[in-house]
Design a protein around this ligand. Structure first.
Ligand SMILES: NC(=O)c1ccc[n+]([C@@H]2O[C@H](COP(=O)([O-])OP(=O)(O)OC[C@H]3O[C@@H](n4cnc5c(N)ncnc54)[C@H](OP(=O)(O)O)[C@@H]3O)[C@@H](O)[C@H]2O)c1
Length: 270
């Protein structure tokens, strides 16, 4: 791990985490706070954000701003223009996601559009706002949370899986465009992670399930080493078998087997 000074010198003194109140987002907040980065924490549940903010301020002496709101809301997203101008974040983690569970045809159209709003429009808008100052200063990083569910079509979470594929592909293109501008772009292609969202949707841990803190550390360690990280050895094997070895239709069938028992919870994860 780089020293605190190295990390904030490389990525600036402020980070912004979209989807920070619990689970993986809160783990990124801990990991960045431990590296001495001041943070803007974004999520809908203000009480959770305030508690985390207090813990991080007490534990690491960093400054924390909480911004409560819904990333599906275009006017809420627009408000980040001023925040970005103000704090000039050198690190943006887009972690929030929405994942309604069920066959596409049984999910209300409004819920499918919310998948697009939170998982696709949100990162596009926020990253487009955050990149110009990063490029101007020649330093920065963007982490987009993707998922092994987006390695192929995934029945019962079809729109969510497609949105996670979008984030991975977006990261790859940006990685190339920005590779000589001092900005590291990384998609985290996560397998199962023990978060409240995952626990709400899944009855038991899948093989290779990681703790959020481990995932956050492995992801930060991968910054600057290419556009995609797959944290965890079991997940890397699954990624290779499902994405490279098997015919895609076989991979989709296998995913259908693993999502058939997902419980609708209205939360992120998978
Ligand atoms: N957990 C897994 O097994 C797993 C596997 C692969 C990929 N991932 C990816 O990892 C990321 C996080 O997963 P997770 O399991 O930690 O999810 P989670 O437990 O549902 O947490 C998501 C975070 O985002 C916030 N959030 C969700 N929707 C939001 C919205 N509309 N506006 C503002 N904030 C919102 C939530 O806070 P509020 O509810 O307070 O708003 C929460 O802090 C997601 O992108 C997911 O696709 C997770």
């Amino acid at each position: 791990m780089k020293s605190h000074g190295d990390f904030t010198q490389r990525y600036g003194s402020w980070g912004l985490i979209a989807g920070a109140s619990e689970g993986i987002g809160a783990a990124f907040a801990q990991a960045l706070a431990a590296r001495g980065m001041n943070l803007v924490l974004v999520a809908r549940r203000e009480a959770l954000l305030n508690r985390l903010s207090e813990d991080l301020h007490q534990g690491y002496g960093i400054n924390v701003r909480c911004v409560a709101g819904d990333l599906a809301d275009a006017s809420f997203l627009e408000g980040f223009r001023r925040i970005i101008e103000d704090i000039n974040p050198g690190m943006v983690v887009y972690n929030a996601a929405y994942s309604p569970i069920g066959d596409f045809i049984n999910v209300p159209a409004a819920d499918l559009m919310k998948v697009v709003d939170v998982n696709v429009r949100g990162p596009v808008v926020l990253v487009r706002m955050a990149l110009p100052p990063m490029i101007k200063h020649g330093r920065g990083a963007v982490i987009l949370m993707s998922s092994l569910a987006g390695n192929q079509g995934t029945p019962r979470i079809a729109a969510y899986a497609a949105s996670k594929s979008f984030n991975r592909i977006l990261a790859e293109g940006l990685w190339y465009e920005l590779r000589e501008k001092g900005v590291d772009i990384l998609a985290c292609f996560a397998g199962a992670v023990r978060t409240p969202g995952y626990a709400g949707a899944s009855q038991k841990d899948a093989p290779g399930t990681l703790d959020p803190g481990v995932l956050a550390e492995k992801t930060l360690a991968a910054l600057g080493r290419g556009p995609v990280v797959v944290p965890g050895a079991v997940n890397r094997i699954a990624y290779w078998i499902m994405g490279r070895l098997l015919p895609r239709t076989t991979a989709v069938r296998i995913m259908a087997g693993s999502t058939k028992d997902l419980v609708p919870s209205g939360k992120g994860g998978a």
